[in-house]
Design a protein around this ligand. Structure first.
Ligand code: B12
Ligand code: SF4
Length: 470
């Protein structure tokens, strides 16, 4: 059977990358002899462009993946396709898992998948007439058949390696300066109030262990295979938290450098990294660690965001990493419920104190079924606005910070982020670039975000070139 996936990745303002979930499903389907292809849609397409894809591919089954920010495209494109072709269409992914009642009603869809899609898809393509497949909901006329969830895949080592070949990896590697992202695990046991992990864990409660990690040897073997296929110059672990199991991380750090001289980066929680772990990561060639600061105000971080680490722990993690020669990136959110302009200033100050090499700033986005979504709804903070990316704008109306103040502080914060980035360039460029960026920010104001977002790929390539990295 021929299955065609459509991956909507429009205006997300990320360096385009692979979709790990689709790559894993593809691999399972291919291992049983099915034909799988993908269309990675990065620019808003016209109706004809979408229809031409289907006309060209003529698949037996079409699959969409959904994140909340992109689900509008799934609704629109599946409707366009359904009007012209009588091909069954299924949608899976986070939004379909968390909001099944909404997604199943999209006109263009016949089915949705909740939770992990590898084995439900396999059962479906073996028999498209079946309606009793666990994890899948089927639309049959006015009726909706809601099948229960199956257990989570207990051993990720049992899955074949994700099939990244069905993405344009050459282009992706070029866009990302030779960086390739992989996953060693699924899930996260923490309960930060803005993140979907708690919601996903609750939906799948009683279905097995939510956090699962592949064996170190399994991960190393995958890296070996990937390197033999693609010109990878840098690895990123996209796992929510690398080193959730310290023993696993130490084993990885011991074995990885014996096989590879490839630099890598990963995400970690500031209160979980100690000197021993950081030293091991450094000696394994980890050159960057990404920590979530999110807010510089401890009350907001602990009580509202439900992140237990203190400012002191954050400072210590960044300082230790820097002392060991590991670069850092901080993740930050602004536009949070109950946040005041002074609290945003505290976030900027904490960033200035820890001086990350790179700074990511996003606007808080209320994702369905998260604790902070419920609070935002109850408090009347939700607006009618929608955004395709949490980098582009705030969809909240806050009594504590006006939109004008929010964007003014965002621009200030962004100015500092650019300054930090410039500091990694050769010294003779610092002053002219700083003057240029200052003038640009002054001139464009809030529009600087839009301009930078739209041209970020070109900037990224230029920045990587200037840094002499990757
Ligand atoms: C790695 C990652 C990324 C990577 C790779 C993206 C990707 N889509 O693979 C990058 C950095 C590019 C990224 C970007 C974004 N991300 Co992201 N990302 C993650 C992360 C950390 C892991 C995702 C993952 O690979 N999981 C493992 C795979 C195996 O699972 P999966 O993708 O969910 O797929 C399984 C099932 O969902 C299902 N499935 C998925 N699709 C389909 C399709 C069909 C047809 C079927 C049958 C089944 C199916 O089967 C898959 C295999 O079991 C999650 C956090 C998390 N815990 O999920 C956030 C997460 C998914 N991201 C999130 C967001 C918001 C984004 C962005 C919108 C950010 C932005 N710019 O605003 C973009 C959107 C990109 C896009 N177009 O999808 C949110 C989504 C929230 C929501 N409610 O939608 C999450 C949950 C983080 C959070 N805030 O809680 N992300
Ligand atoms: S630690 Fe990160 S991935 Fe885990 S729940 Fe918190 S925000 Fe989500």
């Amino acid at each position: 059977m021929k299955i065609h996936f459509i991956y909507s990745d429009v205006n997300t303002y990320f360096y385009p990358g692979v979709h790990h979930g689709l790559a894993s499903i593809s691999s399972v389907l291919k291992s049983r002899g099915h034909l799988v292809s993908v269309h990675h849609v990065k620019k808003e397409p016209s109706r004809n462009q979408i229809l031409n894809i289907i006309q060209k591919e003529r698949p037996d089954l079409i699959g969409f993946s959904s994140v909340t920010n992109q689900v509008g495209y799934v609704e629109l494109w599946s409707r366009w396709i359904k009007k012209e072709f009588s091909i069954p269409i299924i949608c899976g992914g986070i939004h379909a898992t968390l909001r099944p009642e909404e997604v199943i009603l999209f006109d263009g869809l016949d089915m949705i998948c909740r939770g992990e899609g590898e084995y439900p898809m396999l059962e479906l393509v073996d028999d498209l007439e079946r309606t009793d497949i666990k994890n899948l909901w089927f639309k049959r006329g006015r009726d909706i058949i809601k099948n229960p969830l199956r257990p989570l895949i207990s051993s990720l080592d049992d899955l074949p390696y994700p099939d990244y070949d069905f993405f344009d990896c050459k282009q992706i590697l070029k866009d990302r300066g030779g960086d390739f992202a992989i996953l060693a695990s699924r899930g996260c046991p923490f309960s930060c109030s803005y993140c979907c992990n708690r919601a996903l864990r609750r939906v799948q409660e009683g279905k097995g262990k939510y956090f699962r990690i592949r064996s170190v040897d399994n991960v190393l073997h995958e890296i070996e295979l990937l390197r033999s296929k693609y010109p990878i110059r840098h690895l990123s672990f996209a796992d929510d938290v690398f080193g959730l199991s310290k023993d696993w991380a130490l084993e990885f750090c011991e074995k990885y450098p014996r096989k590879f001289d490839l630099e890598f980066e990963c995400n970690a929680r500031a209160e979980m990294v100690d000197k021993e772990l950081l030293e091991s990561l450094r000696s394994a060639n980890c050159t960057q660690i990404n920590f979530g600061i999110e807010s510089g105000n401890e009350w907001l971080r602990k009580e509202v965001l439900k992140r237990s680490m203190s400012n002191e722990q954050i400072i210590s993690a960044f300082d230790t990493a820097h002392k060991l020669g590991i670069k850092t990136l901080s993740y930050n959110m602004i536009g949070l419920p109950y946040e005041t302009p002074e609290m945003i200033e505290e976030t900027i100050s904490l960033n200035k104190r820890v001086a990350p090499d790179r700074i990511a700033i996003s606007f808080f986005y209320p994702y369905p079924l998260t604790e902070l979504y419920e609070i935002s709804k109850k408090e009347g903070f939700l607006s009618e606005r929608h955004s395709t990316s949490f980098f582009s704008e705030s969809v909240l109306e806050l009594p504590t910070t006006t939109r004008k103040e929010l964007y003014k502080l965002y621009t200030k914060f962004y100015g500092y982020a650019i300054e930090r980035r410039i500091e990694s360039f050769p010294p003779f460029l610092h002053l002219p670039l700083k003057i240029m960026s200052f003038a640009l920010i002054r001139l464009l104001g809030k529009r600087v975000i839009e301009v930078l977002m739209k041209t970020y790929l070109r900037f990224f390539r230029l920045f990587s070139f200037l840094e002499g990295e990757r």
